[in-house]
Write a protein of this length. Structure first.
Length: 187
């Protein structure tokens, strides 16, 4: 097992140990912080991961976006490292995909990266510079490389680390959002 893989496993265990009541309170604070961002408010089309397991919850955020009349796109992992954005109009447009991660049903339209105005990115953990440790597939690093929209990584404050193991292909998020609020990142 590589050092990065061992660190990922340790961080996943730490995140899984967060008390459910603390997680719910943190999710609400993250929601308020994202929905106050000027980039989110101005966006017509957002690309947002669909939370699974013990990630910061994005369902309320997607509901907020839909209520505001924004287009909401979610990822569909097409092949190793390749991800596409598909528009959903509600949670009925989602189905259980690989590893039980919700993904868009086949009828959901494909949206090109240049149509996206704001990106919400998941992480296992993150550093204050906006570098994130993902799940190891490189999907979001490749997506961020081809999409010019501002990106926000969602991370529980207790999952912030001094430095995330980085490789040359790793991409920094523009904004870090935690249960302590939002901050612009520096690279």
């Amino acid at each position: 097992m590589t050092e990065k893989s061992a660190f990922r496993r340790k961080m996943l265990e730490k995140r899984a140990s967060i008390d459910p009541a603390d997680r719910s309170a943190a999710d609400l604070k993250i929601l308020y912080a994202v929905t106050a961002l000027p980039e989110y408010l101005a966006a017509e089309t957002i690309f947002c991961y669909v939370s699974a397991a013990d990630e910061p919850d994005t369902r309320a955020l997607m509901e907020d976006a839909l209520t505001r009349g924004k287009r909401v796109c979610v990822p569909l992992c097409a092949s190793m490292g390749v991800m596409h954005a598909h528009e959903i109009t509600g949670f009925a447009d989602l189905t259980a995909g690989k590893y039980d991660i919700p993904e868009p049903k086949p009828h959901c339209p494909l949206i090109p990266p240049e149509a996206i105005n704001f990106i919400v990115v998941p992480c296992v953990c993150c550093d204050r510079d906006g570098y994130r440790l993902g799940y190891g597939g490189g999907f979001y690093d490749r997506w961020l490389e081809k999409c010019s929209a501002p990106s926000a990584v969602l991370c529980f404050e207790r999952m912030l680390v001094p430095s995330v193991p980085r490789e040359a292909h790793d991409r920094r998020a523009d904004i870090l959002v935690s249960d302590e609020g939002s901050r612009r990142t520096q690279g």
